[in-house]
Design a protein. Structure first.
Length: 224
């Protein structure tokens, strides 16, 4: 029973006492996770000596209690520091993860936009090639038919020229300009004398009908 309640150290102390010293008064103090015997007072001890030993035990207990409180405060302080460090580390990990996820989203979005851009470029190029291949042959200089010579200035200041049959529809000119990378949905074709927006004219009318004959200089301008 003694071992169960007070531990093996106290039980061993009692075993070492002689029976003629009984009854015994043991002053036991808990220290951390175990118990230790501060003093063993035999039954023949005087009252004065008993009080002196009790007071001495009380002083030891008070000192030990202060030490335990100090140790507990230090332990709690260490745990608080560790908790703060763990929390700071957790926040840092979350920030790193959030940053990494944001970067991954940005990369994915850039990839998506790049794919869209490539698809649009491929589609534009396919349309451009289709228009280029569908254009009627350019009339020869020695052609006996009425020919209109168009000189077209690009937004960068470059010029390109082409001959068209005067009977050709304006749509053929639009297709030619688009085959050069300037689709009429994005660019205006402007005349100078008189100043007019050629892209607003009827594309089914001939160059002759629209007075784009025998020659004309036109200007490309990006639509707003």
């Amino acid at each position: 029973m003694c071992t169960r309640h007070f531990g093996s150290v106290v039980a061993q102390t009692i075993r070492t006492q002689k029976t003629d010293q009984f009854p015994l008064f043991l002053i036991i103090m808990g220290k951390r996770s175990s118990n230790e015997v501060l003093n063993v007072i035999q039954g023949n001890t005087t009252v004065d000596e008993l009080m002196m030993r009790l007071m001495a035990a009380m002083e030891i207990f008070s000192a030990q209690q202060q030490e335990d409180i100090k140790d507990e405060d230090e332990r709690e302080a260490r745990e608080n520091v560790k908790r703060e460090q763990d929390e700071a580390y957790r926040i840092s990990l979350e920030a790193d993860r959030a940053k990494r996820e944001a970067q991954e989203r940005e990369i994915a979005e850039q990839f998506r936009l790049e794919q869209i851009r490539k698809e649009q470029e491929e589609e534009r190029e396919a349309i451009r090639l289709s228009l280029e291949q569908s254009l009627p042959p350019e009339p020869k200089q020695e052609s006996t038919e009425s020919v209109s010579k168009l000189r077209i200035r690009t937004p960068s200041g470059e010029f390109f020229e082409r001959r068209f049959l005067a009977s050709s529809k304006l749509q053929v000119v639009f297709d030619f300009v688009a085959s050069k990378g300037y689709p009429w949905e994005e660019f205006k074709l402007l005349g100078t004398f008189p100043r007019r927006d050629v892209t607003q004219l009827d594309p089914n009318k001939s160059l002759l009908e629209l007075k784009l004959y025998p020659q004309e200089t036109l200007f490309l301008e990006a639509k707003e």
